[in-house]
Structures are given as structure tokens and as C-alpha cells.
Design a binder for this molecule. Structure first.
Ligand SMILES: N[C@@H](CCC[C@H](N)C(=O)O)C(=O)O
Length: 257
């Protein structure tokens, strides 16, 4: 079967996106792994299918490169840019994702401002935090993020007993002056460091709030810059959370599966 796809990147988190509005396609775990493989397939951190929704602009099915599903913040921003290119949305978008409904806005220069769902149940674990921003995130504050062994230390926390059975994504966060943080993330489901993780930088910005950082927090990642806006509520809750940053089409093609 020949499939048309587009490849997008959103601050270096990269995705294969397929228009599946005719609901003809479904993928096995093995097919997703091959498609996302950087030697045997197109190569991506995840696969996204854009599907129809009865009341919203579209339904988004997101798969990590190992075939598991969760909310992807950067993927959602890329999906909104893709939907605009399809002519499905114009300026503002509403869609359903793994954690429910989202709204987004397309801003000039390819910037997508994605509304995240409210956050509650923040856990402080010693000097670290665990925050679910649609996907689970462990936040570890460090003095020098460039010196971190993100793969080894991230993988060991991801598979630790405390987070079984689902596991967690792991973010290493360095606080910088001027309301800026620098974040590196080990991603569950990719099982490696990615260049940026949207739900991860969102969780990192919310955790930084407990250290005095205020909305909007500016975030540096290996894949580029993002910002996170939020309103803190009672007892460690947050609402009106927005993840803002670029998303760009890289190439399009077709593949045989
Ligand atoms: N890259 C994503 C996160 C994707 C989901 C995550 N790997 C998980 O399974 O929890 C993002 O930008 O949020």
C-alpha cells in the first residue's frame, strides 16, 4: 500500500504526519517502528494521523516511535500547522488528542500557540517534581544541563520502580537568569533524548514557578526556543496554560508499507 506523508519538525521534535480523514489507514506497532526508524524508514520521534471529528476541526492520533500513545505537545503544534496547510483550519483550531480537547492559534512566522489542559496533582519529590501535563514528567533541577548524562540517568529514572508500570519522561532543567530555563528531555516511547519535548518543557516551566519563575517562562532546548504561559491557582494547580513555539514542514513523500 502506498501512503502519502509529510514530515514536520517542532523545535526539533520530528514527526511523520498522514491525512487519514478517509479512515483507510491503521498501523501495527511493527509498522510504526519501521516508519519512524531513521535507517529503515522515514525517521521520526513519532507518527500522527489526522482524522475527522464530529464537532471539532480534527481528531489527532499520536504514536511515539515505539507505537505507544500519549499527548504530544510539540506534535500537536505540528498537527495544527499541517491542518492549516490542508485548509482544515484558518487561524484558530480545535481538536481532540490523547488527553481530550485542545484549542490552538496560528501566529505569524509559523508560531503555534497551543492551549494545554489544566494541571493538578503536582508532586514534590525531594528537590524534584512529578507533573502530568497530558504526559507524565519527572523534573530534575541541575546546575549544568550540558553536563548531564540525559540518556543514562534519564533511562534509569524512566524505568525506576517509583514510576512503574507506565514509566515517565525525564527532564533535566537548568535555571538561568531572566526567567529563562534550559531543558533536556529523555522521552518515554522514543527511549532516547529528543531535541525538545512540548509537554516536558511545559512541566518544567510549571516546576520553575515554585522557584520564583513567572509566566511567560522562556525555554531553551537543543531544538530551539519555546515559551510557556500559565496562571497559577490554589494548592499547586495551574490553568490557562499555553505552549508557544514554531512548527515547520520539512518534506513530503510517499512510502510503501
Ligand atoms: N514529544 C512529546 C511527548 C510525547 C509523549 C511522550 N513521549 C510520552 O509517551 O509520554 C511532546 O512534545 O510533548
Amino acid at each position: 500500500m502506498k501512503i502519502q506523508f509529510q514530515k514536520y519538525q517542532a523545535t526539533g521534535n520530528d514527526f511523520v504526519i498522514i491525512d487519514n480523514r478517509d479512515a483507510k489507514l491503521s498501523f501495527s506497532k511493527a509498522q510504526i517502528e519501521t516508519l519512524c526508524d531513521r535507517k529503515f524508514g522515514v525517521g521520526a520521534d513519532g507518527l500522527m494521523l489526522i482524522e475527522t471529528h464530529p464537532t471539532l476541526h480534527f481528531n489527532l492520533e499520536y504514536y511515539n516511535s515505539d507505537g505507544t500513545q500519549s499527548l504530544c505537545g510539540n506534535g500537536s503544534r505540528a498537527a495544527v500547522a499541517f491542518a492549516a496547510q490542508l485548509g482544515l483550519v484558518n487561524g484558530k483550531a480545535s481538536f481532540n488528542a490523547y488527553d481530550g480537547e485542545h484549542k490552538a492559534e496560528l501566529l505569524p512566522a509559523g508560531i503555534v500557540r497551543l492551549k494545554m489542559n489544566p494541571v493538578a496533582g503536582v508532586k514534590k519529590l525531594g528537590d524534584d517534581y512529578f507533573i502530568n501535563t497530558g504526559s507524565p514528567h519527572f523534573i530534575k533541577f541541575v546546575n549544568n544541563v550540558d553536563a548531564c548524562d540525559v540518556f543514562e540517568e534519564g533511562r534509569s529514572i524512566r524505568y525506576s520502580a517509583a514510576f512503574k508500570p507506565g514509566g515517565t519522561n525525564v527532564n533535566f532543567v537548568e535555571c538561568l537568569p531572566g526567567n529563562v530555563i534550559n531543558v533536556r528531555t529523555y522521552e518515554r516511547g522514543v527511549e532516547n533524548e529528543t531535541l525538545s519535548c512540548g509537554t516536558g518543557v511545559t512541566a518544567a516551566a510549571l516546576a520553575a514557578h515554585f522557584k520564583g519563575y513567572t509566566s511567560p517562562v522562556s525555554i531553551k532546548t537543543k531544538g530551539g526556543d519555546l515559551s510557556v504561559e500559565f496562571k497559577p491557582g490554589q494548592s499547586g494547580t495551574f490553568e490557562e496554560i499555553f505552549l508557544v513555539g514554531p512548527a515547520k514542514m520539512v518534506f513530503e513523500g510517499s512510502l510503501e508499507l
